[in-house]
Design a protein around this ligand. Structure first.
Ligand SMILES: [Ca+2]
Ligand SMILES: [Ca+2]
Length: 458
């Protein structure tokens, strides 16, 4: 095993100028070149975590604990507001407009090149690379890109006895135990891998399925959020009036929103999401506790991300699948011993394309040429480092949002636009795209969109 590692590392040295003397194992390496990596992917976790202050009802002490160990990004955005394209972009390092994987159903394996994904980069460098749960859409993966992957047969993604499309609340007739959900076992499996003794450093990817629908978790998590205390998110009933047709179509007010107004269960849905996030937070806490007790505790880079945001009736929109702040923003936390300071906060907008190159750089690995994102290691060292890169989100061919400084600029495939100024409008209620004096802002932000004009049209 050691020989294979050294051989891999020597091959790597030719391209990355890493000397063989620098190769150390995950257990003994303190602040060395190749730390372990704990990579935590959370499905459908929006910015309702306590430390981001978007929703004061949120209770996520363990995610907040992780944030306090390193740097949290307060303005982190997905590359695409849906599971499949978001994860395909993040893990491949290539944007939707490069791969053509734009939406759920665009079978990601047909759009990516086997051998290019982030985990493979660590495998090639001699790491032990383990995956569990949902890293890519539908828990699929290329077996050649992992040392091993958790066998999830017999486990219940939605919860034992819960229908996959059960929706927004635990059925009144049912109850669940913590271990009736797959995430419990995913975390157990990852803890086992953290504690196994081996010569190489590890890259362990823990893909949690919650808080994705159905919002069904053990009843005790609901008890922490009494329904009569639940508050609706800030919203305006006429918010869509200044939004172009393409945006109103994405909002789809006649869909989920009309149903919730009719059923009167808007607050119940929010209660259920908060409860489901609390279950997820509990699992993340177990993972962190195990890491802290392990030999890897002081030499492990931790990255946590959600694959996109979630709307709860803002703009009469529900779920992801749109280009505004709520469906695109997600937690992003890096803990990197020797690089990040405990409790640091970065307010520059960044997108999740940064994860591939940043994780490689923190681990002392080369960043492959195909990777389109930019490493945020300079920001991890200094949160107020000048930063001129924008965060970009794409939803279907030709529809993009650009986030830079206080601005969000949306341009749809038909050329229609929205512009929001977060310095005075953090909920994006006032579309100022038609103000002539802001034309220069729109044209500055449009420069970040694909230069090939066919990619900006449908
Ligand atoms: Ca998702
Ligand atoms: Ca509006």
């Amino acid at each position: 095993m050691k020989q294979a590692l050294l051989l891999n590392m020597l091959v790597l040295c030719c391209t990355a100028s890493i000397s063989a003397q620098e190769i150390q194992t995950g257990e003994s390496n303190r602040g060395g070149t190749h730390p372990n990596v704990l990579f935590i992917a959370v499905d459908d976790l929006n910015h309702w975590v306590t430390h981001l202050n978007r929703n004061r009802q949120a209770r996520t002490p363990n995610i907040d604990r992780l944030a306090s160990m390193g740097m949290t990004f307060t303005r982190a955005y997905c590359a695409a507001p849906a599971c499949e394209p978001s994860r395909a972009a993040l893990m491949s390092g290539k944007r939707p407009w490069t791969t053509g994987c734009y939406k759920n159903g665009d079978s990601w394996k047909n759009h990516l090149t086997e051998g290019q994904q982030l985990s493979k980069q660590f495998l090639q460098a001699g790491y032990y690379v383990a995956g569990a749960g949902k890293i890519f859409h539908s828990d699929q993966y290329f077996p050649s890109e992992w040392s091993e992957y958790m066998d999830s047969r017999g486990l219940y993604v939605a919860g034992k006895g819960v229908e996959k499309d059960n929706g927004y609340h635990l059925p009144l007739s049912a109850d669940l135990a913590d271990d009736d959900l797959m995430d419990w076992h995913t975390v157990n499996w990852c803890i086992d891998k953290i504690n196994q003794s081996r010569e190489q450093p590890f890259f362990i990817a823990c893909g949690l399925h919650k808080p994705h629908l159905p919002f069904a978790v053990p009843r005790k998590y609901y008890d922490a959020f009494p329904l009569n205390e639940i508050e609706l998110p800030p919203h305006q009933e006429n918010d869509l009036d200044d939004i172009p047709e393409a945006g109103r179509k994405m909002a789809n007010p006649a869909g989920d929103h009309a149903k919730f107004l009719k059923s009167g269960r808007w607050k119940a849905a929010i209660q259920s999401y908060l409860a489901t996030c609390a279950y997820t937070d509990m699992n993340i806490g177990r993972l962190l506790d195990a890491l802290e007790k392990s030999k890897a505790h002081d030499n492990t880079v931790i990255v946590l991300w959600g694959d996109h945001g979630w709307s709860f009736g803002e703009k009469q929109h529900w779920r992801k699948f749109a280009l505004w702040e709520e469906p695109t923003r997600t937690p992003l936390i890096f803990v990197a011993p020797g690089t990040t300071k405990a409790g640091s906060v970065c307010e520059h907008p960044v997108d999740l394309m940064a994860i591939y190159p940043t994780t490689c750089q923190l681990a002392g690995l080369p960043v492959p040429a195909h990777v389109e994102g930019t490493s945020v290691v300079p920001l991890l060292r200094n949160a107020i480092e000048p930063w001129s890169l924008a965060a970009i989100t794409t939803h279907g061919q030709g529809n993009h949002a650009v986030r830079l400084g206080p601005w969000r600029y949306i341009r749809y495939a038909d050329g229609s636009e929205e512009l929001y100024d977060h310095s005075s409008d953090e909920y994006e209620w006032n579309n100022v795209a038609n103000r002539a004096q802001l034309d220069h802002v729109k044209s500055d932000l449009a420069k970040y969109l694909p230069q090939d004009k066919t990619l900006n049209q449908k």
